[in-house]
Design a binder for this molecule. Structure first.
Ligand SMILES: N[C@@H](CCC(=O)N[C@@H](CS)C(=O)NCC(=O)O)C(=O)O
Length: 203
């Protein structure tokens, strides 16, 4: 039995953590359940993640929540090509991860909700347009950072790309027009085209 358990359904932010675990080649248990079952509000689960949200992991005695932090932890613990090699790479990986969570995620999720997740009669194209407007500045920043490089940190796919693409990918899945940012779209295709990304979302 593996020491690592990943809690959460594929169609939640848990897929980010599963993607990371798969890329690292880790052995793990998957407690595959959706929050809509009420399973995140039980005393047992709240002892693991008091926020009552997915994902969460248990790694031996350690309980962790926050998908992008979990991924930074797993990369740091297991090393290899996906992990930051030194303090500068760690700084950059944290920078892009925190940036994705604070500058991109809310607006990208709004777009995704109003294009895909909400029942059709609750979707609002005005909300999509507002989200697209909010995203224009951060997506231009990401496009600029990728102007002369294939990946965000070093010359290889790392946790920085995985975390940032997992968040920015919502803009693509919301079918926003990203054509103004060709470096960004090529990089997103590179990251999200990885076979283990598809597997992490339940195939
Ligand atoms: N910032 C957290 C967000 C966690 C989160 O909101 N997860 C959603 C699923 S994707 C959830 O569990 N929602 C249920 C709820 O808020 O009750 C992370 O990245 O892990």
């Amino acid at each position: 039995m593996s020491d690592l358990t990943i809690h959460g359904a594929f169609n939640t932010r848990t897929s980010r953590v599963i993607w990371m675990a798969l890329e690292l080649g880790l052995d793990f248990e998957h407690n595959n359940f959706h929050y809509s079952t009420g399973g995140t509000q039980t005393p047992e689960f709240l002892a693991i993640n008091p926020n009552g949200t997915l994902p969460a992991i248990q790694d031996g005695d350690l309980c962790l929540f926050e998908s992008l932090a979990i991924n930074l932890y797993l990369a740091n613990k297991h090393g290899g090509e996906l992990a930051p090699k030194d303090a500068a790479e760690l700084g950059l990986a944290m920078q892009w991860s925190f940036w994705a969570a604070t500058e991109v995620e809310t607006a990208a999720l709004d777009a995704l909700k109003h294009r895909l997740l909400l029942p059709e009669d609750e979707r609002d194209e005005a909300a999509v347009a507002a989200a697209a407007e909010k995203l224009a500045k951060p997506l231009a920043v990401l496009d600029g950072a990728l102007a002369d490089r294939e990946y965000l940190v070093g010359d290889r796919f790392t946790v920085a790309d995985l975390n940032t693409a997992a968040v920015a990918g919502w803009a693509k899945f919301a079918r926003l027009d990203l054509s103004a940012w060709p470096n960004l779209t090529a990089w997103l295709d590179r990251c999200l085209g990885r076979p283990l990304f598809k597997k992490a979302r339940g195939g």
